[in-house]
Design a protein around this ligand. Structure first.
Ligand code: NAP
Ligand code: MG
Length: 400
């Protein structure tokens, strides 16, 4: 069989722990036997991030700007325990945070729907795609512990030195305070990414904030979306027969539970973080969720929505058998290969991506799966495979 050729490399960002183990097997068993894989490799494993003082993460984001398509393995976000475990020089920031703030844009997360894994919410028939704003708010905040009585204010000093003040609170005792920001430019690109993605995938777009309480901050999000919709997208939406719908976040949550799915739900950064885990778990498993960062500049970064599956990795290190689900990581690869194929007008590469996804879904629908899915499937007598066996089963199907 002739291998599929590639013209432009993908940016490949390797990662940590169990997902790093899966990464290597996926490449060796599911990609390289079928594709003459071209990648520019960046090792975002914590050890190498430490060695380069995290420069490798910045280099990888810059490479994504150059080549436009990246695929990323899950990575450790260091905390105090990781500082000791890896003898880190610094508590480096989350690589996802660093990359997102360099590329800007929106993270779209959608469940991978397979027969036999039914959503907990019984009326959900089609996937719900979550669009998470990837800049600012609580992820770029300034916080203070207030030790005792005193006044807290917001102060804006304009370029000419004039100041505007807004009281936050007159503290009578100890407490906490937090300052957040966002940028019109980032909200605008968030809006454009969402409207474009809705048109691209022909799905309705919902957007929700808490503008009744946050009359300036959240209301700005609402106004910018409405303005861009009317000026740039309304006509195309009407032509495509899809709708844009704004509602309060609590109303959205209630409606989502009663809906049938098949739409995109745009959320601010924090709401998107929380709601995407809820939606994905309700659809079955965190490991059955795709995630792509779409930047308004035309960059795409594909990843899995879950973490490095640390608990399984420690079992693996002890030589014990693991049954870690590689579906989201496989779909990160297929998503990136398909997008590379689209940008390069490489049909064979796009078709390979389709085949890889079909083979993966078929293996599960025929009853072979990892333990996490076997525990929740409606299929009778599922065959539980270990981490590697599951990938080998997909390879068999691809070869057939
Ligand atoms: P996690 O890696 O997502 O795993 C949490 C639990 O969810 C696992 O222990 C496992 O449950 C289940 N799970 C997640 N993915 C699975 C898979 N593919 N197959 C089977 N089960 C799966 O989250 P975490 O343990 O909280 O975080 C571990 C590390 O990942 C942290 O250092 C964190 O910083 C990092 N992280 C990275 C990203 C990213 O790079 N995108 C995102 C989130 C977290 P059982 O143990 O019950 O089997
Ligand atoms: Mg999260």
């Amino acid at each position: 069989m002739e291998k599929v050729k590639m013209t432009t490399p993908l940016v490949e960002m390797d990662g940590d722990e169990m997902t790093r183990i899966l990464w290597k097997i996926i490449k060796e068993e599911l990609i390289q036997p079928f594709v003459e894989l071209k990648t520019e490799y960046y090792d975002l494993g914590l050890e190498y991030r430490n060695k380069t003082n995290d420069q490798v993460t910045i280099d990888a984001a810059n490479a994504t700007k150059k080549y436009k398509v990246a695929v990323k393995c899950a990575t450790i976000t260091p905390n105090a325990a990781r500082m000791e475990e890896y003898h880190l020089k610094n508590m480096y920031k989350s690589p996802n945070g660093t990359i997102r703030s360099m590329l800007d844009g929106t993270v779209f997360r959608a469940p991978i729907v397979v027969k036999g894994i039914e959503p907990c919410v019984k009326n959900w028939k089609k996937p719900i795609t979550l669009a998470r704003h990837a800049y600012g708010d609580v992820y770029k905040n300034a916080e203070m512990i207030i030790p005792g009585p005193g006044k807290v204010e917001l102060v804006y000093t304009a370029k000419d030195g004039t100041q505007t003040r807004e009281p936050v609170h007159e503290f009578q005792g100890a407490g906490v305070v937090q300052g957040m920001h966002n940028l019109d430019a980032s909200i605008e690109s968030f809006a454009r990414s969402c409207f474009s993605y809705a048109l691209d995938t022909r799905q309705d777009l919902w957007f929700s904030t808490k503008d009744t309480i946050s009359k300036k901050y959240d209301h700005t999000f609402k106004d910018i979306f409405q303005d861009i919709y009317e000026k740039e997208f309304q006509e195309a939406f009407e032509k495509a027969g899809i709708t844009y719908f704004y509602t309060l976040i609590d109303d959205a949550v209630a409606r989502v539970m009663k809906a049938e799915g098949g739409f995109i739900w745009a959320c601010k950064n924090y709401d998107g973080d929380v709601m995407s885990d809820m939606v994905s778990s309700a659809f079955g498993s965190l490991a059955m969720m795709t995630s792509v960062l779409v930047s308004p500049h035309g960059y795409f970064e594909y990843e899995a929505a879950h973490g490095t599956v640390q608990r399984h990795y420690y079992k693996y290190l002890k030589g014990e058998e693991t049954s870690t689900n590689s579906v989201a990581t496989i779909f990160a690869w297929s998503g990136a290969l398909r997008k590379r194929g689209e940008l390069d007008e490489n049909k064979a590469l796009q078709e390979f991506a389709d085949k890889l996804e079909k083979a993966t879904v078929a293996v599960i629908e025929e009853g072979s799966m990892t333990k996490d899915l076997a525990m929740i499937t409606m299929l009778e007598n599922p065959k539980v495979l270990n981490s590697k066996e599951f990938i080998l089963e997909i390879r068999k199907r691809l070869e057939a």
